[in-house]
Unconditional design. Structure first.
Length: 445
C-alpha cells in the first residue's frame, strides 16, 4: 500500500567502486539514489524509490532499499550498453574525485510506463541521469506534484528543466557540478536568475567543506548552513543524502529546518560507510533543536568568498625538485577555489649561483607577498630551510599556518606547537584551513 507521506526518489542506481589509496581502502557498494535512500532511512523519513538501472541490478537494489525503510520499489527504466559502474579515485574530495562512469558513451536508457505507480506520490525528488527528464515529467501529467531537483550532474543546461517549471520547490546544486562551474563559478547571479525563472521557491548551493547556502528566491534571504568538519571517511553520496533529507522533511514543514537536518545527515554520511552507525549517529544528532544547532555553529566559507583569502604556499616549489605532494596541494587548493600565491612562480626561480643583490630582491618580494596573504600553507619537504623560515615569519606576523608534512620530516616542537595544524594528512589540513578562514557565527553577538 502506498504511503502518501513518502517522498519518491527518482534516479539511477549505480555500483560505486572506490579505489584504494594510501589513505583509504577499496570499497564497493550500491550508489546513485541508494545514497539518498540510506540518508532517508537513517533519518526515519518514509520514502519510495523509482530506479533506472540495468536489469542485473534490479533485484539487489530492490532488496537493499526495502531492507532500509523503502515503502515501494519501482523499476522505472532499463539501462543497456553500460554496467552503471562508477570508479572513484578520491573518496574524500580533497581535489577532483576522478569519477569514471564506465562505458558512459554507450549507455541507453528506456523508461517503462509507470505513470500509475508514480502518480501516487506528490512529493518527488529527482536526480537527473541517463534518462530523459521530459519523458519522466510526462508521467505526472495532471498530477499536482511538487518537485525538488538535484542538478549537480547530468544536466547540460537549464532548458532540460523546463518541463518542471512552476512545480519546483527547491533546486539543488553543488560547487563540484559542471553546470555550476560553467554558469556561476565567478558570479552567483546568473544561477539565481535561472532558477527563479523556472519558478522554484528555493535554491540550495552545497559548497563542500565550506557549508551550504539556502536562498529563498524572491524574498532575498539567505540561510547559511555551516559544515561540521571532522575526519572524512568517504564523501561519495554525501550530497545525495543531504538532498533527500531536505526534500523529505520540506514536505512536512519548514524548509529552513529541513536544510539544517540535511546538513546534519551529510556530516554523518561522510564519516562512515556503515548504515547502522549512520542511523545511530543521525538519530542522536536529531535530538538537538534548531536553535541549538545554530548556536553550535560550525564552519562557513562560501565559494565566492574564498578567492578573497590569499594563501601563501611555503614550499620548495622549484622546477628541479621532485614534489608530487606539493602538486597535490596545489590541485586541492585550486579545486576548493582558494587564491593560491606561489612565490617561486610569482617572484621567479633564482639560479643556484644567483648574486646577493638578486637574492635580496627576491627575499623582499617574498616577504611582501607573505604579508599580503591571509594564511600560510606550508609543505616543508626535505626540511627545506626557506620553507621553515617562512613558517617562522608567518608565526611572528600572527598569521595562521597550516603545515602539511607528508614525509614526516618536521615533527619539531616549534613547527608543531606554532601551527594551527600540523599533519601528515591533507584532509586534516584542508579542514583547518576552512576553520581559520571561516565566517563567525551570525547567531552570537
Amino acid at each position: 500500500m502506498t504511503d502518501k507521506a513518502a517522498v519518491l526518489v527518482v534516479g539511477d542506481v549505480y555500483v560505486d567502486l572506490a579505489m584504494s589509496s594510501p589513505d583509504t581502502e577499496s570499497k564497493m557498494r550500491l550508489g546513485g539514489v541508494v545514497h539518498a535512500a540510506r540518508g532517508l532511512w537513517a533519518s526515519g523519513i518514509p520514502y519510495a524509490v523509482a530506479a533506472v538501472c540495468p536489469s542485473y541490478l534490479v533485484d539487489d537494489a530492490r532488496m537493499y532499499v526495502l531492507a532500509h525503510g523503502c515503502t515501494e520499489f519501482i523499476w522505472l527504466g532499463e539501462v543497456s550498453g553500460a554496467p552503471n559502474v562508477i570508479v572513484i579515485g578520491d573518496t574524500r574530495e580533497i581535489a577532483w574525485q576522478g569519477y569514471e562512469d564506465l562505458l558512459r558513451d554507450k549507455r541507453q536508457a528506456r523508461l517503462h510506463d509507470q505513470a500509475s505507480a508514480l502518480t501516487q506520490y506528490t512529493n518527488v525528488l529527482v536526480f537527473p541521469g541517463s534518462y530523459r527528464l521530459d519523458a519522466l515529467h510526462s508521467m505526472f501529467a495532471g498530477v499536482p506534484a511538487t518537485f525538488d531537483l538535484d542538478v549537480a550532474y547530468d544536466v547540460a543546461d537549464w532548458v532540460a528543466l523546463a518541463p518542471f517549471k512552476g512545480q519546483l520547490r527547491t533546486v539543488i546544486i553543488s560547487t563540484s557540478s559542471p553546470l555550476f562551474m560553467r554558469e556561476a563559478a565567478q558570479d552567483i547571479s546568473p544561477l539565481l536568475h535561472a532558477v527563479t525563472q523556472l519558478g522554484a521557491r528555493w535554491l540550495l548551493l552545497k559548497e563542500n567543506r565550506g557549508g551550504s547556502r539556502l536562498f529563498k528566491l524572491g524574498g532575498g534571504t539567505v540561510e547559511l548552513l555551516p559544515a561540521q568538519l571532522g575526519k572524512t571517511v568517504n564523501s561519495v553520496g554525501v550530497g545525495d543524502a543531504f538532498s533527500a533529507v531536505l526534500s523529505g522533511l520540506s514536505a512536512q514543514g519548514d524548509v529552513v529546518e529541513a536544510a539544517w537536518r540535511g546538513a546534519q545527515v551529510a556530516t554523518r554520511y561522510a564519516q562512515t560507510t556503515y548504515p547502522d552507525d549512520l542511523g545511530r549517529d543521525v538519530q542522536r544528532d536529531f535530538g538537538l533543536s534548531l536553535s541549538t544547532l545554530r548556536a553550535l555553529w560550525g564552519t562557513s566559507l562560501p565559494w565566492h568568498e574564498r578567492p578573497q583569502h590569499s594563501i601563501y604556499l611555503a614550499a620548495p616549489d622549484f622546477s628541479y625538485f621532485p614534489k608530487p605532494e606539493i602538486d597535490r596541494v596545489i590541485d586541492a587548493l585550486r579545486y576548493h577555489n582558494f587564491r593560491l600565491r606561489r612565490p617561486v612562480q610569482e617572484v621567479g626561480e633564482l639560479p643556484r649561483d644567483a648574486s646577493l643583490a638578486d637574492r635580496q630582491g627576491a627575499y623582499e618580494r617574498d616577504v611582501s607577498l607573505l604579508k599580503e596573504c591571509a594564511a600560510v600553507f606550508a609543505v616543508p619537504l626535505g626540511r627545506d630551510p626557506g620553507t621553515l623560515v617562512e613558517v617562522g615569519m608567518a608565526l611572528a606576523l600572527a598569521k595562521p599556518v597550516i603545515v602539511f608534512d607528508p614525509r614526516q620530516e618536521n615533527n619539531n616542537t616549534m613547527v608543531v606547537a606554532g601551527s594551527a595544524v600540523y599533519s601528515t594528512d591533507l584532509d586534516d589540513c584542508l579542514n583547518e584551513l576552512y576553520r581559520v578562514l571561516g565566517r563567525p557565527s551570525p547567531y552570537l553577538s
